[in-house]
Design a protein around this ligand. Structure first.
Ligand SMILES: [Zn+2]
Length: 390
């Protein structure tokens, strides 16, 4: 099974554009906008603050009721320091572990899905479906799902209410109906420095930060001990983890500053906001003693990213549609965060289903097999022929 030359070529074209999250994605967005414009389709662009990045939303079937969104993120993770045997921007097709495959950064995660969706634009335009097909391509997913929040807000403001959304993250074309959330925070502790022989006149920022870290660790152990299990995840309970810790300047100086970063990955049945509130409350309980020594001492928190968990349903029409179009009878859970929870929370029933495997995503020599691309193309051709969403 191989995809059509047109679909493969579009996927390759997108892989060849460098859209690492901190770069502009406008070359890619303008390419898609121009491609659609030649078919008479107008794109809605929503930009980041400095207008270096954009989301693109397009409706194929203007005049029909809003229908099914095909959603993908245009950015990729970087490849600095990774050992690649091919050019990450080369988009070569060569034999791999799963047969002939497209290689390059973003090939699996997730430019191929976008390229194939684009290659089907004419079919979507000519579709007999009683609803429109929408393309929703976002920026900055990989660093916190920032772009799609703007895109969803724009749809709300414009009164566009799609029925359903298919997020094309790599699931090997198996419909996935749940993932955990990812909530990351930075905690900055300000103490008061002193010669280390004079500790009573100081507030040791590292020691205070360590107490908060200890609380995060205690919470993690609590999830493992007590949380109702959500079977199907590799780790069937919520997790918490500290990823970075910085502080101190010398052995004989009580440190004034310490900073650490941590994350919660909450089950769809748990509540990350409550988890974070517990950490903040604990930090607040430490502050009176700190401020007694130094009124300027304190503990501050910053949000790095908040990607909500996702919980769809076997019974959602979009899940059944994805099963029908893929021929898969079951559903899966995935271990990674996606934009699905944000669409779902906006009232749009959502499923995650796309070509390739998350095993290859973010890796050196990232690839997606042509067989997976062919399955994705068949999926979208089927979508163009779909007459109901019930
Ligand atoms: Zn992705």
């Amino acid at each position: 099974m191989t995809p059509s030359a047109h679909a493969l070529e579009l996927a390759q074209t997108l892989v060849r554009m460098n859209t690492v999250s901190h770069h502009s994605n406008l070359e890619l967005i303008h390419f898609i906008r121009d491609h659609l414009a030649r078919l008479g389709v107008t794109s809605r662009l929503t930009f980041n603050a400095d207008k270096t990045k954009a989301n693109l939303f397009a409706t194929l079937g203007e005049g029909k009721p809003a229908g099914v969104i095909l959603s993908g993120h245009t950015d990729t993770v970087p490849w600095d320091g990774q050992d690649w045997s091919v050019d990450p921007l080369g988009a070569v097709v060569q034999d791999g572990p799963e047969g002939a495959s497209l290689y390059g950064r973003g090939s699996a995660d997730m430019k191929s899905f976008i390229g194939i969706a684009l290659s089907q634009a004419e079919h979507f335009l000519n579709s007999n479906a009683p609803f429109a097909i929408h393309l929703a391509f976002s920026y900055e997913e990989e660093i916190g799902c920032f772009g799609v929040k703007e895109l969803i807000a724009d749809l709300r403001d414009a009164g566009i209410r799609p029925l359903a959304c298919i997020v094309g993250e790599p699931t090997r074309m198996v419909p996935a109906i749940a993932h955990k959330g990812v909530y990351r925070y930075r905690c900055c502790v300000r103490g008061k420095e002193a010669h280390s022989s004079l500790t009573p006149h100081s507030v040791n920022a590292i020691e205070m930060a360590a107490r908060v870290v200890g609380r995060v660790r205690d919470m993690a152990e609590g999830f493992e001990r007590n949380e109702p299990r959500f079977e199907g995840f590799d780790v069937p309970f919520s997790t918490a983890s500290v990823g970075q810790f910085h502080g101190g300047i010398a052995d004989n100086v009580v440190p004034r500053d310490a900073e650490f970063r941590y994350e919660f990955r909450d089950l769809p049945t748990a509540n990350a906001a409550q988890m974070q509130a517990e950490v903040v409350a604990y930090a607040r309980s430490l502050e009176p003693a700190m401020k007694k020594v130094a009124p300027t001492a304190g503990i501050a928190f910053e949000t790095i990213c908040e990607i909500p968990s996702f919980l769809g349903s076997q019974d959602d029409p979009v899940t059944r549609l994805a099963q029908e179009l893929t021929g898969e009878k079951g559903t899966a859970l995935v271990a990674f965060g996606t934009e699905a929870g944000l669409f779902k929370n906006a009232g749009i029933s959502t499923v995650v289903c796309g070509p390739g495997s998350i095993q290859q995503a973010h890796q050196p020599d990232e690839y997606v097999s042509l067989a997976q691309l062919a399955r994705c193309e068949a999926f979208m051709q089927g979508l163009a022929r779909t007459s109901t969403l019930a």
